[in-house]
Design a binder for this molecule. Sequence first.
Ligand code: LLP
Length: 415
Amino acid sequence: MSGFSRTSNELVCDGVPLSAVADAEGTPLYVYSADVLRERYRAFDRAFGEYPHRLHYALKANSTLALARLLHQAGSGADANSIWEIEVARRAGFLASEIVFTGVGKSPAELACAVPLGLKAINVESAGELARVEAVAERLGSVARVAVRINPDVDARSHPHISTGLKINKFGIPFDEATTLLVSLSGRPRLKLVAVHVHVGSQITTLEPIRRAAALAAEMAGALQREGVALEYLDLGGGLGISYDGHRVPSPEEYASALVDSVRATALPIVIEPGRAIAGPAGALVARVVDVKPRDGDSDFAVIDAGMTELLRPALYGAFHRIEAITPREASRRRYEVVGPVCESGDVVGRDRELPRLEVGDLVAIHDAGAYGSAMASNYNRRPLPAEVLIDEGRWQVIRRRQTIEDMLALETHD
Ligand code: LLP
């Protein structure tokens, strides 16, 4: 059985006991299932059926080289959000023509590196950025392939920090201004407009905002077609949510048919940039209990060796991640505030959780941590970045070793 499941008294990943991996590699530790990653990729790929499409995995969710390589081998393209993610993508095997470059604040240095690469598209976020890309292309005597990100003023109804489609958000060009700008591009020979791009947020759990944004991108493409501007595809972004807490979320099929229905009239191929929906369920953060102490009459604190430095989502967004004892020790249960070791009261990994009784040394798994987990880890409190392990066909491999104090200090002046 692939993914994370229970045998009699053990949590296993692709058949490998997590306790064995934790004992060998130490904690805190990210563990990923290669099977789940491939299966999530294939599920989205299959969901579009015959309709022309391409997935560009959003590396920002998790760009650990081995995972990027695995998804490339599965057939994915890449969405990179910085020149450094582009570099990771290239080292993972993606061709420049398989990479779209997104992001709201591309620096002059990033653009100077990106334009000559011949990427599938630079997804441009403003009229100013278009002019900067054009100037680089002019200087190089080349033509830059660009997609223009529209801001459709659509509410993704996700957490405000990760909703991007409203006028008040910093992303994209307002729909009304975009039409004139896009039509004017036909007179600018250094820019080749290849797509309209839209992305209204992340962890979106209803199809309505996704459908609405796609329909507006299609409307824009239609207006351009009428002006004689032929696009190559529509880039409809990422954003589909996953079920962290067991609530139903749209399936890949429902998602794909919402997109296809919204844009079919344009006959344009669809590009999507899923991150979380591919990587999220493929990973768990494994941690060890380092202290248990009374909290109030009804609950205890379980202090674990992973916190906001390893998984920032609960502290930053109040995000919920399921927590499970890896080898539960007895039937009796207790309420726990599961907290990290960092010197902040906000460093809570799981609020008010009922778990089998925990003791110091016990292992817990924090689920659905494959996306925006290790990618957002930090060295706060001088904590080293955790190790990462990929389990593939019953064997595990360390794909990123734990950072050492030497690694950290290597960047600093020593005397
Ligand atoms: N495309 C663009 C232009 C994006 O900005 C993003 C995510 C994606 C694609 C991928 O979205 P996904 O399919 O993963 O939802 N740190 C936050 C999520 C931030 C998302 C940023 N942009 C979290 O932990 O929830």
